[in-house]
Design a protein around this ligand. Structure first.
Ligand code: AKG
Length: 449
């Protein structure tokens, strides 16, 4: 049976649109009983037959085959996320006033919706999302476009390399086995719950839903980066170091490959995001033919925090000074204080040129990009933990940045990126680097950018 979950902070939750043309059952989940009443009343007004269990936090609504619900100006943003039994989904949402619905997830979509899922990616309508610190973005739009996948080139190394050189990234749908990714997600959620029993809301939600406790903010989801029992658990390794992944990267490089032992496994809390940066500032001490592969562990719509790349930023002449100064900076050697991000405002990158692109990601999808490609993430505006991992791949014959291979002694602590941001936000720790390091603002002033 299809299942739809609504998460809400408010009580007024009318539906705006439905995108799946046939669903047969809906579950509404919230801690507020007023929320249920108002949803049920609204659905009733809109002519949806319903069955509700009074007093229960989980309400089943039987819906007929339906086309679209009426629009109303009072409707808040909501997002639907469809998954079918054959491991596909389409994500959709409606235009919005922010606030009420934090996310709507539906499992078990009809075959009609399944067959039209590709079209739905384009036709579902625009949603407002937060890119980095900037709330002023619509996806998809001219400013923040849909990533085009390169699946048609999958078996052609030369074509893949040309595409990567041209765009600075490759978006591959279903690079990984979907079920393996979902298994990995569950293993990570179990790990999170084991390390911090307060991180996830398990009073009303199943673990596999990955719903964060309402008090879980910065610093609450355990740190999981490095080489450890969860990054190298069977479930996670089955995705990150699968034969399927190795074959893809061997084809892409046209030679045998290796991957860093260090894995950047992350659980991003509500409101968390990553600012704009290039990876060269963190890992420039080996070959420059190093690629990042970003993969969410689970279905991840843009509202949940997806990676966005600035197409062309790795090679456009307008980025030359940016790449020669910031792009060549080694955050550790340069004793940087802070994240290593050039900016949290995507518009500052657009001032150079390029084009921001992202996508709703399905479990299994991956985004691969160069050391010089500017990227950042949308903010997680949902109640779900966004779980993802960055892996790094390079030709086996070339030198590897010693900090990320082997035992990784001395580099287990994250000093930069999102963790530095959390420290800045005042979670307590003040290490030497934070007190004495150079700031990105002062560097940018010196670089004149
Ligand atoms: O997962 C994220 O939010 C950002 C990942 C990333 O940019 C990186 O590790 O380089």
């Amino acid at each position: 049976m299809a299942r739809l979950l609504f998460y809400s902070r408010r009580t007024a939750l009318p539906l705006q649109n439905s995108f799946c043309t046939s669903w047969n059952s809906v579950a509404i989940h919230s801690s507020s009983s007023r929320t249920f009443s108002s949803v049920i009343n609204q659905l009733s007004r809109e002519g949806e037959p319903r069955t509700a269990k009074p007093g229960s936090s989980l309400v089943s609504l039987r819906c007929p085959v339906t086309t679209r619900h009426r629009r109303s100006s009072s409707f808040a943003r909501w997002t639907t996320y469809f998954n079918d039994r054959n491991s596909q989904h389409t994500a959709a949402s409606a235009l919005t006033k922010p606030h009420s619905l934090q996310g709507v997830f539906r499992r078990g979509c009809s075959s009609a919706a399944r067959s039209s899922q590709r079209q739905d990616d384009k036709s579902i309508g625009a949603r407002s999302v937060q890119l980095g610190s900037d709330q002023d973005w619509i996806f998809p739009s001219n400013g923040l476009q849909q990533l085009a996948d390169s699946n048609n080139l999958m078996n052609d190394g030369t074509a893949l390399r040309q595409e990567l050189a041209e765009k600075g990234y490759l978006f591959i749908r279903g690079l990984h086995d979907r079920q393996a990714v979902l298994n990995a997600r569950l293993a990570v959620l179990e790990h999170i719950d084991k390390v911090n029993g307060d991180a996830l809301d398990l009073t009303e939600h199943e673990l596999r839903e990955g719903v964060l406790d309402s008090r879980c903010g910065a610093g609450c989801v355990p740190f999981m980066e490095g080489r450890n029992s969860i990054t190298h658990s069977d479930a996670v390794s089955n995705v990150l170091e699968s034969e399927r992944a190795k074959t893809f990267f061997s084809t892409l490089f046209g030679e045998s490959v290796r991957t860093f032992d260090f894995k950047w496994l992350r659980g991003i809390h509500r409101a968390g995001y990553t600012g704009a940066h290039v990876d060269n500032v963190y890992m420039s001490r080996g070959t420059d033919r190093l690629l990042t592969c970003w993969q969410p562990l689970g279905d991840t719509p843009v509202e949940m925090g997806t990676l966005a790349v600035c197409e062309g930023s790795h090679r456009l002449p307008q980025f030359a000074t940016f790449q020669e100064t910031y792009g060549n900076f080694d955050v550790e050697l340069g004793k940087l204080q802070g994240t290593g991000w050039f900016t949290e405002d995507p518009k500052e990158i657009l001032a150079f040129g390029g084009q921001w692109k992202t996508s709703d990601f399905r479990a299994g999808d991956a985004l691969i990009f160069t050391l010089r490609t500017v990227h950042m993430s949308t903010a997680n505006q949902t109640h779900f933990a966004r779980i993802s991992c960055d892996t790094r791949w390079q030709p086996a014959a070339e030198s590897a940045d010693h900090r990320y291979v082997g035992d990784i002694v001395g580099h287990a602590d994250a000093k930069f990126g999102v963790h530095a941001k959390e420290k800045e936000a005042g979670t307590g720790e003040q290490d030497d680097q934070l007190r004495t390091g150079v700031t990105m603002a002062s560097l940018r002033q010196a670089w004149g950018i």
